[in-house]
Design a protein around this ligand. Structure first.
Ligand SMILES: O=C(O)C(=O)[C@@H](O)CO
Ligand SMILES: [Mg+2]
Length: 254
């Protein structure tokens, strides 16, 4: 198994180039981030090249977090803002060699939001395809982000089927999926062909993936058995320092 440090959560208080170097020193095989846009891409590229780690993915900007926004893609009337943030993400990804962009849906519901999300994804898919990138959509649990548009893998699979774009895939975050749908094993089997990335964290608490309701040794074995050959994103909140909590990595390298 190959592990990617999610630098939106791990070493999030450090400048991004330093966080990349810390991830390499800690034994990660790759990195991914949330919102790198304020960092000079040349500095990110230098850290990636020094360490040899690939940057897997980044997120589109979520809009105005102070006003409670958590993504723009499913918000009727905000299509132009959605286009702006995907252009920015695709441009930045190209500068640092990232291959995937997670587009954040936002707080919305109902048919107008569904239609907006689909048409925004068509735009994102076309733009990303020109740059050879994959677009990710991620179901997020309703306890952490009440009102988020995309909550379950079933909903995501329906959207992906309706969209029918080979470069739009599912971000399967085991933490959110377990909270919303339970039964990770059958969800993984059902979703495998559409999975573009996997993320992990403990439930409850979102700490290191080494305790709680999810048996991640079993999850890793299943992923290997069903032929998932991508990276596993470590997207958790360390209970103490990142370094102190890294014992899980050795245990999960099945
Ligand atoms: O919260 C998550 O889970 C994510 O993967 C983020 O990309 C959303 O901010
Ligand atoms: Mg996630």
């Amino acid at each position: 198994m190959k592990f990617s440090a999610n630098l939106g959560f791990l070493w999030h208080d450090r400048p991004l180039p330093e966080a990349i170097r810390l991830a390499a020193a800690a034994g990660f095989d790759a990195v991914e981030c949330h919102f790198p846009y304020e960092t000079d891409p040349a500095e990110v590229r230098a850290a990636l090249s020094d360490t040899g780690l690939p940057m897997l993915a980044l997120n589109t900007l979520p809009g105005d977090r102070n006003a409670g926004e958590f993504g723009l893609y499913a918000l009727p009337g905000r299509e132009e803002d959605g286009r702006r943030v995907i252009r920015q993400a695709v441009d930045y990804a190209a500068l640092i060699g990232a291959r995937k962009v997670h587009v954040m849906a936002g707080l919305a519901s109902g048919e107008p939001a569904h239609r907006t999300f689909l048409s925004s994804l068509v735009f994102a898919s076309d733009l990303a395809a020109k740059a050879g990138l994959t677009v990710l959509i991620e179901p997020i649990n309703m306890q952490d982000v009440p009102g988020y548009f995309l909550n379950t893998t079933d909903q995501a699979l329906e959207i992906l089927a309706e969209l029918d774009r080979p470069n739009v895939k599912l971000m399967f975050d085991c933490y959110h999926v377990h909270i919303m749908e339970g039964d990770l094993a059958s969800r993984l089997n059902a979703c495998l062909p559409m999975i573009g990335h996997v993320q992990i964290a403990a439930v409850p608490g979102r700490g290191e993936p080494d305790q709680g309701a999810i048996d991640y040794v079993a999850v890793m074995k299943q992923l290997q058995q069903i032929g998932y050959d991508g990276f596993i994103g470590a997207e958790y909140r360390p209970r103490a320092t990142v370094e102190e909590g890294l014992g899980w990595m050795q245990r999960l390298r099945v």
